[in-house]
Design a protein around this ligand. Sequence first.
Ligand code: SAH
Ligand code: SF4
Length: 440
Amino acid sequence: MNEYDSHMVESQLVALGAELVSNVDHADFVLVNTCAVRGKPVDKVKAVLGDLRKLKHSRGLMLGMMGCLAQLEEGQEIAKKYEVDVLLGPGALTDIGAALEGNKKFWSLAFKDDIHEFIPPPPKGKLSVMLTIQRGCDHHCTYCIVPTTRGPQVSRTPQNIMTELGAMVEAGVLEVTLLGQNVNSYGLDQPGMPGFGELLRMVGKSGIPRVKFTTSHPMDFSDDIIQAIAETENVCKYIHLPVQSGSNAVLKRMGREYTREFYLERIAKIRSLMPDIFLTTDLIVGFPSETEADFLETLSLYEEVAFDSAYTFIYSARAGTPSYKHFDDQPKEVKSERLTRLIERQRHWAQVKNSSLIGKEVEVLLRGPAYEPTFMEGHTQAHHPILLPASEAPFPGLYRARVEHATPHMVFGKVTQTIQTSFITPALYNSPVIPSATMT
Ligand code: SAH
Ligand code: SF4
């Protein structure tokens, strides 16, 4: 989501005549995008701003901060301390033009309506692109700062979404990922809007070869959505469905609105229509008062579902969230030990699931060179990370490949067919659709 937001601001700056540079030593203005979900990213922001402030003093660099942290008092204190000139909350990103007028301090925490109409051009040279379909969140998980920083849910209109998607198809983009805090709650905030199932069917007809989406809330994962994923061919058979905990007592204190049984029933429904679905989740360990028995329930849920992979987090107490007022009572060593045990199961299942692909043919979207340059990296249709030899697949694009080897992190394959290599037209980068009030 932050990547999408950064691109959205970047495209406005480019339309205003700015030139993007990859080295901070050549920049006149640096804008730091931030995350506030856990404590660690906040520490990272402080370290980055500390270095940038030195440059501000030595050569007059202008400093900006945007995103979730900017919306919080904690972030504003940090911005003051590090002498930030431009501060934009996550709802105020269309204020960047106004912020740069007149070289003076500009802070905006507004939740602007025009942000939902803003249509950034497809990012230059990318085959896999993100598209925000809704902002904010109407759930109230007790550990989570997002409803405070991003406000209530607002769904973008299908017209705006389809226009943005149309430009991607025209530019040669091969994969779109629909983004939102809970994409599957799409449309529930406004009467008369299509639901997420309907939107998926619409997006499926756009001609884009692959459609992915993230992230989803189990409560709103309806039968119609499951049906739409199953029946729409270009919607990838990949679902990220955060469960957070396997213990009903913890789920209740987290304010997650569902039980372990409800979650398992949704998984059973999904697998009844799509037995080979690639299924991932988010899990938090060390929530206040989580007992060893609670944690064992999380482990047993993991075994029962046999997730393909998971993002695992240690609970981070965030000021301003309802759970903050409860004592963060799990000792650090207990949290770390639970995380290690959970990651061990995650790696075990990832190895089992990835190994089950050996010998099979998969469709692969290659994005570009891997860290090890004799390979190109990408994802299978179902979202397994995959490496193919650069000698067999020298260009980004769509391929078919046979899987030969698997680790818990990825699979390795051999090219069997080149479906389509793709070249993006750089000229298409020139034209964001800017809501008229924004940049006069
Ligand atoms: N809207 C998404 C999640 C956004 S935050 C959803 O509900 O799925 C991404 C993940 O960060 C969450 O799923 C959760 O696992 C984790 N997270 C959020 N707040 C956290 C906190 N205070 N401590 C630890 N992990 C947290
Ligand atoms: Fe946070 Fe819960 Fe909303 Fe996800 S659903 S953004 S975890 S409040």
